[in-house]
Design a protein around this ligand. Structure first.
Ligand code: CTP
Length: 411
């Protein structure tokens, strides 16, 4: 997916430098061209040889700066070469230089000589992170639209303190880089409130037994990530799911909802404030007619289970939709995916739908990749071949962007 994309990593002197090795390794294995610059401080933690081996390319240090062997100045070459630049870990010292536009080594000169989006992944002790000058530098740096942030998170730090300042996890940095490669740093959903549902619902018969489905919530979580990376403020209503991937995103508010009725309540209460709603959840269509508060002994289980329908949340939202709101559904299909998806688009009064095959390899429930055909109410159709769920999420926002941005222009 990152085949031949040109990614530059700047490593500064913090213990989290060891974690960036995993980022580099994953990118290189995915076929990306990765180049890395280490500051003198970074070399106290990891060696240029480690980084060069993972990059499959020599690593750059200040010793290479202004070497006559380069045809053009190295910082200019690297700055022009990069499609995206990540500074991980970012120390308080280098952050201060970025905030002021200072350039006193190869890394900071390359930042100034580049024009691509720059992802900042700070890492430092909690007291350092909370110092007023550091906060000021952070806020000042982020006034530059070139700079995007990931983390820092909170947790136990290498100094044995628990608090803010922990570098974002490699998966979070990788997801952000994937988004930046797609969007080129554009935050085209800024100002929009995006409501997303994710995961499967569970319709309990008793506390330990339920009717459910294999949905893991990965698609909805990828949609939340993509929307947040594009500048939206996001509410994610989710069934049981691992939400670690969005833990670093202050732009995403999570609401847990286990049953279809809980999800219906949450979606209906958030819907009036949403500009764009994407219903990616796999809602169970039925529930047991009765639910016991106590665990039923095996012998008390019925031989056949009376069922009741659960509300169709998306159809209800379609009925409540105001002219400024956009509503998008997913259609999990086998066989012919287009005809039933088009029918759902019309019946549920949607603006667009993602027809999602669940019977093909590399797509559907639990997979990290997915594919879809997007249809909209105006008759447009776009087929997205297998890609990561995050990329599919970006393609969906690209597909509906003109509708969402037309709305934003009216705001
Ligand atoms: N959906 C919903 N509430 C339900 C069932 C589905 O909001 N009770 C939403 C899903 O989140 C999805 C869309 O409706 O966005 C289509 O869901 P899907 O399961 O593909 O189809 P159904 O409408 O349930 O119809 P069928 O099961 O007959 O294909």
């Amino acid at each position: 997916m990152q085949q031949d994309r040109r990614i530059l990593i700047g490593i500064t002197g913090g213990i989290a430098a060891y974690k960036v090795c995993e980022v580099i390794s994953t990118l290189a294995k995915a076929g990306a061209q990765v180049r890395a610059i280490l500051t003198p401080g970074a070399q106290e933690f990891i060696t240029p040889l480690t980084v060069a081996t993972l990059c499959r390319h020599p690593a750059y240090t200040d010793a290479c700066f202004w070497q006559p062997t380069h045809k053009r100045p190295l910082h200019i070459e690297l700055g022009e070469w990069a499609e995206v630049f990540a500074l991980a870990p970012l120390t308080a010292n280098t952050l201060a230089k970025l905030a002021c536009g200072l350039a006193d080594n190869l890394l900071t000169n390359t930042v100034l000589a580049s024009t691509c989006p720059v992802l900042l992944a700070p890492a430092m002790n909690t007291d350092m992170w909370e110092q007023l000058p550091v906060r000021r530098n952070w806020d000042l740096a982020l006034t530059d639209p070139r700079y995007h942030k990931v983390g820092p998170g909170a947790g136990v730090l290498a100094c044995d303190r628990a608090g803010a300042g922990r570098m974002a996890e490699p998966e979070q940095i990788l997801a952000h880089l994937e988004s930046l490669l797609h969007t080129k740093g554009e935050r085209d959903l800024t100002g929009l409130r995006v409501l997303i549902s994710a995961g499967g619902t569970r319709e309990h018969l008793d506390p330990v037994r339920f009717i459910g489905n294999p949905s893991t919530g990965k698609m909805g979580i990828a949609l939340a990530q993509a929307a947040a990376h594009r500048g939206a403020s996001v509410t994610l209503v989710h069934g049981p799911a691992d939400t670690a991937a969005i833990a670093d995103l202050p732009e995403v508010r999570c609401i847990a909802a286990t049953s279809a009725e809980a999800m219906q309540r949450a979606m209906r209460s958030c819907f009036p404030d949403a500009d764009l709603t994407v219903m990616a959840a796999a809602v169970a269509d039925v529930k047991p007619a009765a639910c016991s508060a106590e665990k039923l002994p095996k012998r008390a289980l019925p031989e056949s289970l009376p069922l009741q329908p659960v509300p169709d949340i998306l159809a209800q939202l379609g009925g409540l939709k105001q002219p400024h709101q956009r509503l998008i559904g997913f259609a999990a299909q086998t066989g012919d995916i287009i005809t039933p998806a088009r029918q759902k688009l019309q019946e549920k009064k949607l603006d667009a739908i993602a027809a999602n095959p669940i019977d093909l390899p590399n797509s559907g429930f639990a997979s990290d990749s997915n594919r879809a055909v997007f249809l909209d109410a105006g008759g447009r159709q776009a087929e997205i071949p297998p890609c990561s769920k995050l990329q599919l999420a970006h393609h969906l926002f690209d597909f509906v962007r003109h509708q969402a941005s037309a709305h934003r222009e009216r705001l």
